[in-house]
Design a protein around this ligand. Structure first.
Ligand code: FES
Length: 132
């Protein structure tokens, strides 16, 4: 049976948009709709999702490390630069990617933020630390 997306998945031009579900290590789940071409990091920042970005999204760290829980096979292949940066990350898994290097397409994704990425986000936003 085909699954039909609800109308709110269509933008003003009627172009289908992807739903991205972010899962934060602390358990919060945030569902958003991404613009085609937008990176996961841009989408996370736009919606207050706790994805770290020590280098500002230029593939020069690994703080946006995330696990793609669903939709991995729909993503563009990893470039060498992303693979090199992931080598610096903690707890790398076969479904690890860097949020700043993944562009939203028209397929839904489920993205789990790593503890490493959360820690960087708290370093960038100390006012939100739960232990303050
Ligand atoms: Fe630094 Fe993605 S934010 S590699």
């Amino acid at each position: 049976m085909a699954v039909t997306k609800p109308s709110w998945y269509l933008d003003r031009r009627g172009i289908e948009m992807a739903k991205v579900t972010f899962i934060e290590p602390e358990g919060r789940v945030v569902e958003v709709v991404g613009e085609p071409g937008q990176t996961l990091l841009e989408l996370a920042e736009e919606h207050g999702v706790k994805m770290g970005s020590a280098c500002g999204g230029v593939c020069a760290c690994s703080s946006c490390h995330c696990w793609i829980r669903s939709g991995l096979d729909t993503l563009e292949d990893m470039e060498d630069a992303e693979a090199d940066r992931l080598d610096m990350a903690f707890d790398v898994r076969p479904y690890s990617r860097l949020g700043c290097q993944i562009h939203v397409g028209d397929e839904d994704l489920v993205v789990e933020i790593t503890r490493e990425s959360l820690q960087t986000w708290y370093n960038e936003h100390p006012e939100h630390r739960p232990d303050r």
